[in-house]
Design a protein around this ligand. Structure first.
Ligand code: CP3
Length: 342
């Protein structure tokens, strides 16, 4: 085991005091970085995910270039439906396409809970390589999508603002939907345990579409399964739940025993803290679009955000992924302002 030199994020997640607020950015390995664009021209998206050397190089780019306090594995949440037997395409400017989505019981018979070593072993190989290359500089965050968000893509077959087909599937065929959610959950638990075994220091669960569900549906369709994942991992690693827009359920999310909760910019840090209680670390919540403001505005707004969170149990981050059109020096201003503030 290599000692982690910069363990600010691990300390913050355990509720220990840190000399300053740690910082990373969701989607920090991606299109706003010219160095990423070079590799993007040479290799397809899934080539980049499936080749451990490429995934490793892309994962390290923001650590080297931006000086963030954590690396996040370069991969995608949609490798899970792929491993379960669904075809996933990533089409430039169109986003993900799943040409044969799940609609009926017959479709469910086309997929299975896979052997993760066999189908996702390339991710574990990438993690081992990354841990080696990081050599303890910063912790490595592994991740997966929340079962509801994965179902959204498996049923809708593409991105959507409403995911209405996924919702109707859950509302009109609940038995089938819960069977699918449980299959995704079982796959995800095995997959994340594999990531931890390979060396991931923290696991984040992305429920990007959690906010599309009302509070009762969020509990029944999403949180019920996230809870199983957090429970299954709690003796092995630190966990963060990021359920975008699901601020109404912060109290219930905190009760899962997760170490951190991600929040977006549509809730104040003060209100989020009131809902979540004081036994969990909050992560967020800078509006990613604000990184397009002039640098002095970014610096002032970041300070306002840090003040609102107050001291301790906070990891600075964006409220969702960084946008591809953000200038690198604007992203750097975000990171640097957090690092200098104390
Ligand atoms: O955060 C990181 O830097 C690590 C890598 C990462 C990617 N996707 C790489 C990626 C992570 C953590 C994800 C998670 C992910 N993928 C989510 C949850 C987080 C969120 O943003 O809500 C979701 C919903 C997906 C599904 C997905 N993958 C979509 C909708 C798209 C297309 C739209 C987009 O944002 O580009 C992808 C493609 C994708 N995943 C890219 C990257 C860097 C862009 C690929 C490219 O064109 O180069």
């Amino acid at each position: 085991m290599i000692n982690i030199k910069n363990d600010l994020i691990l300390k913050a997640l355990r509720g220990e005091q840190t000399e300053r607020t740690p910082v990373w950015m969701m989607r920090q390995a991606g299109r706003y970085l010219p160095q990423y664009m070079v590799l993007r021209e040479k290799y397809s998206f899934f080539e980049r995910c499936q080749t451990p050397e490429l995934a490793c190089e892309i994962t390290l780019q923001p650590v080297d270039i931006m000086g963030v306090d954590a690396a996040i594995l370069f991969s995608d949440i949609l490798v899970v439906p792929q491993a379960m037997g669904l075809e996933v395409q990533l089409i430039e400017s169109k986003g993900p396409i799943l040409p044969d989505p799940i609609k009926t019981v017959n479709d469910l018979n086309r997929i299975s809970i896979p052997d993760v070593e066999e189908t996702l072993g390339y991710v574990f190989d990438a993690i081992k390589l990354i841990k080696n290359e990081l050599n303890g500089r910063v912790p490595l965050i592994g991740f997966a999508g929340a079962p509801w968000t994965i179902l959204c893509y498996m049923v809708q077959g593409k991105g959507s603002k409403t995911f209405d087909e996924a919702k109707i599937f859950c509302y009109t065929q609940p038995e089938l939907a819960h069977k699918l959610l449980q299959m995704i959950t079982d796959t995800t638990i095995a997959y994340l345990k594999g990531q931890v075994k390979a060396g991931a220091d923290v696991i984040q669960i992305f429920d990007s579409w959690g906010g599309l569900l009302g509070p009762d549906d969020f509990e029944n369709i999403s949180l019920k399964y996230i809870r199983q994942i957090v429970q299954a991992l709690k003796d092995d690693t630190l966990t963060i739940i990021f359920a975008k827009g699901a601020w109404h359920s912060l109290e219930n999310m905190a009760a899962t025993g997760a170490n951190g909760l991600g929040i977006d910019w549509c809730i104040t840090p003060q209100l989020a803290r009131r809902f979540a209680g004081d036994k969990v670390t909050l992560q967020g919540n800078f509006d990613p679009a604000k990184l397009l403001s002039p640098i002095p505005v970014i610096e002032a707004e970041v300070k306002t955000m840090l003040k609102a969170f107050g001291k301790g149990r906070h990891i600075a981050n964006l409220g969702h992924g960084i946008l591809p059109n953000v200038p690198v020096d604007h992203a750097r201003a975000f990171i640097e302002t957090v690092k200098e503030y104390s």
